[in-house]
Ligand binder design. Structure first.
Ligand code: ARG
Length: 280
């Protein structure tokens, strides 16, 4: 039938239920600046951040995902960005060691949660790494960011601990300081990313590994459209990323736009607020 060609070639997608860890932004504020999004001169509406966060959590639960919550701690306003709290693959937990002292105490706070919740294989890291903000799993391998936060020496530590090949990628744009702000894993073998956030060498690596990846425009990258969570079918992302929403739909995904504008003032969105407890 004419006109249905694109539809006919859309791959069938299946959502896989996930277990997620989140942290309510009860003490969220922007009282220091460790990335270009953060302006301590502009007051943050914590109540609005809480409401937006609750809606994100409801969205996950309505899609059949399990959401665990860790208690927020006063004095740690960035703790809401749970992705940075650790990296969990196959039920193994690599602790985070933060670059900035403002976030240092989050590392042990998150590890304590894991220890209390039945996780046995936990590694307190030797090298600086900002958890699943810089470690993303695609099928049987790990994409690992560096350039701003995670020390490249942590990549070898992660490879040794998880027993999975780690592909290092170097970020160069300060607005995209964690890998999950510039690249998003959509399925076992598909990603979307913003090429300009990476060094030329890392761009070439991504082109070689993922020739059919979705590429984000400047506009979609600028609203943190790549800070997305995918369960293999549903892709939750900032609603302002209208270009990506269309591209995802064309590929047979079900994009769901959400408003996390208040949390973007700390330099994070959907994916930053979500830590996947992979294999647990
Ligand atoms: N203010 C936080 C920081 O600069 C935001 C972290 C965002 N998290 C993420 N996974 N990208 O560290």
């Amino acid at each position: 039938m004419p006109g249905t060609d694109v539809l006919d070639h859309r791959p069938a997608r299946t959502a896989v239920p996930r277990r997620l860890l989140m942290c309510r932004p009860r003490y969220f504020e922007v009282s220091y600046s460790i990335n270009p999004w953060m302006d301590p001169a502009k007051p943050v509406d914590t109540a609005l951040a809480l409401a937006q966060w609750e809606r994100l959590r409801d969205t996950y639960e309505s899609l059949g995902h399990t959401v665990e919550v860790i208690d927020p701690l006063p004095g740690l306003p960035d703790m809401v960005y749970a992705a940075n709290g650790a990296t969990v693959f196959d039920g193994k937990v690599l602790g985070a060691r933060f670059r900035h002292m403002e976030r240092t105490a989050e590392g042990p706070a998150y590890l304590e949660w894991f220890a209390r919740n039945g996780f046995e294989d936990i590694l307190w890291p030797e090298h600086i790494n900002e958890g699943a903000g810089d470690y993303l799993r695609v099928g049987g391998l790990i994409l690992a960011g560096t350039g701003f936060r995670t020390d490249p020496r942590s990549h070898a530590e992660a490879q040794e601990f998880f027993g999975l090949p780690v592909v290092g990628l170097t970020l160069i744009n300060p607005k995209h300081y964690h890998l999950d702000t510039a690249l998003s894993v959509l399925s076992q073998d598909e990603i979307m990313y913003y090429p300009q956030a990476f060094t030329p060498g890392s761009q070439a690596v991504l082109r070689n590994m993922f020739p059919n990846a979705i590429l984000a425009s400047d506009q979609d990258a600028a609203v943190f459209g790549l800070n997305a969570f995918s369960d293999g079918m549903n892709v939750i992302l900032p609603e302002a990323a209208t270009g990506l929403i269309g591209q995802l739909r064309d590929r047979g995904f079900n994009p769901l736009g959400v408003d996390l504008a208040e949390l973007l003032r700390g330099g994070g969105s959907v994916k930053c607020c979500t830590l996947e407890l992979h294999g647990a």
